[in-house]
Each structure stands twice: as structure tokens, then as C-alpha cells.
Design a protein around this ligand. Structure first.
Ligand code: URA
Length: 262
């Protein structure tokens, strides 16, 4: 596969080194030889390494328990999940809402009190702001065609008690659900809102401010980072930046649509 200059730049930003056909192989890493401390027994003369008695079996990649699930099975798996302690305090799980083939997928953090009660993401104050932001782009969570009706999901499907921040272990346990949702929706653009969505999808702890303003990739799909609506309610001065992020996402979705047609 050949990468464009822009894609290579993006991959470099993400710390990935990409080998391209025809490119010389990366040089062998130089391993510094540290002299043994005085008085230690002499090192054996270099020679062929003895064969290990029993080569350890390579660890097979662990398949996610939700890999391959369809929508009904995935919904049932989320509803029945008891993988972390949040199942003890939740009223119900909050799966997500919207078009199952939406062009836009919005990823937030975790259900709050209202979401836990109503079983739908972003129904509180932050949700009202999100709805207005979507409306400004001609998008909605209400039934519409896939170009207009988004799919909204959270990184965590259960409410953390007193709306505390998600724990790393909780994010990890819930991540396969979100990943499967993205795989099923196959969105043309993903909007990751806030640091926990970024942590789950980009595996990065960089702050939003360092990651916004460019197009990232999640398994080959464009992903745009922006501020969480709850943050914007506390810091309205950053709304202009969030709007710029949404415009970048809209532009990216348009480019993807053109590719689908071309
Ligand atoms: N904040 C989120 O990230 N998600 C919700 O569902 C509600 C508030």
C-alpha cells in the first residue's frame, strides 16, 4: 500500500513508522555492549546460541468476545455485561442511539444521571448543546437518512458513580463494545469528544488541544478530535475551536462521500 505525503505525516504524528515497498529496510538496532563489572566470571566466547530446551509457544492474539456480533447480539451483550464494578451501581446500560449505518459517529464519555435513568446518551445539558452543534451541521439524532442521522455512543456504557472519571480498567473492559459499534456502523467520519473517547479510540493520553485540528485514523476511518460538550459548557471560549473541528469533520465526510461516488 502506498501512503500519500499527508497520510505519512499523520502516521508520523501518531508515532507510527510505515515501511513502503522499495524503501530500504530499517537498519538493525545497535545494542550497546556494557562491560561486565570487575571480578565477574568471563563471558562465554561468542558462538551459535544454544537452542532453547523448549521454545515458548507464541501467544495467540486474544479474540474479543464481541468480535463478529451483529446488532441484536451486541445490544444483548452490553445489557448483560458485568465485566466491571459499574454494573453494581447502574440503573441500566446506555447502548447508543442513531442510524445503524450513519455517516457520522459521535463518541462521548460515559452516561450521567439522566442518561442512566433514560437509557439514552447525551440527554442532559451537555446533550442539548451537542444537539445544537449537530443541528448547525444539518445533522440530527432523530430518524433520518444515514447522511443526516448520526450514531451517538459513549466509551463507557454504564454510569460511573457520582459522574466520576472513568477508570483505565473500566475503559479497557468497555472498549470492545465501542469498537464493535464502530465496525458495524462503518461511519465515514468519527468525532471523538473529550479525552476518554480519545483514550479509547486513539490509545493516547495527549490532551484534546494537542490532537484537534487534524484528521486521525481509526482502523482506516477518519477520526476528528474535539472538546466534550460538558467542557464547552464550562469553557464557552473554546466553542469557536469546537466549531472549527466540526467544520473539519464535515469537510472530511464530504471527501469520503465523493470517494464513495467516484
Ligand atoms: N456525557 C457523555 O459523554 N455522554 C453522555 O451520554 C452524557 C454526558
Amino acid at each position: 500500500m502506498r501512503w500519500t505525503e499527508r497520510q505519512q505525516g499523520m502516521l508520523r504524528e501518531m508515532g507510527l513508522r510505515v515501511w513502503a515497498p522499495g524503501e530500504a529496510a530499517a537498519p538493525e538496532p545497535v545494542i550497546a555492549r556494557v562491560p561486565p563489572p570487575a571480578g565477574s566470571p568471563p563471558l562465554p566466547a561468542p558462538g551459535p546460541a544454544p537452542a532453547p530446551a523448549q521454545a515458548p509457544a507464541p501467544e495467540a492474539p486474544r479474540a474479543s468476545p464481541v468480535a463478529g456480533l451483529g446488532w441484536p447480539e451486541l445490544r444483548a451483550a452490553v445489557a448483560a455485561c458485568r465485566a466491571c464494578g459499574l454494573c453494581e451501581s447502574r440503573k441500566q446500560t446506555v447502548f447508543g442511539v442513531g442510524h445503524e449505518s450513519a455517516h457520522w459517529m459521535i463518541v462521548g464519555e460515559a452516561p450521567g444521571e439522566q442518561e442512566d435513568l433514560q437509557g439514552e446518551p447525551f440527554v442532559g445539558a451537555a446533550g442539548r448543546l451537542l444537539d445544537r452543534m449537530l443541528l448547525a451541521l444539518g445533522l440530527t439524532r432523530e430518524p433520518a437518512e444515514p447522511a443526516r442521522q448520526v450514531f451517538i455512543a459513549n466509551t463507557l456504557k454504564c454510569r460511573p458513580p457520582r459522574n466520576r472519571n472513568p477508570e483505565p480498567d473500566e475503559l479497557l473492559k468497555c472498549q470492545p463494545f465501542l469498537e464493535r459499534q464502530v465496525e458495524l456502523v462503518q461511519p465515514r467520519v468519527i468525532l471523538a469528544m473529550g479525552r476518554f473517547a480519545i483514550q479509547s479510540l486513539l490509545d493516547s493520553t495527549e490532551p484534546v488541544g494537542r490532537l484537534r485540528g487534524r484528521v486521525h485514523q481509526w482502523r482506516g476511518r477518519p477520526l476528528i478530535v474535539t472538546y466534550h460538550p460538558a467542557y464547552l459548557l464550562r469553557n464557552p471560549v473554546d466553542k469557536a475551536r469546537a466549531w472549527a473541528d466540526l467544520c473539519l469533520a464535515a469537510q472530511t465526510a464530504e471527501q469520503m462521500a465523493a470517494q464513495h461516488q467516484g
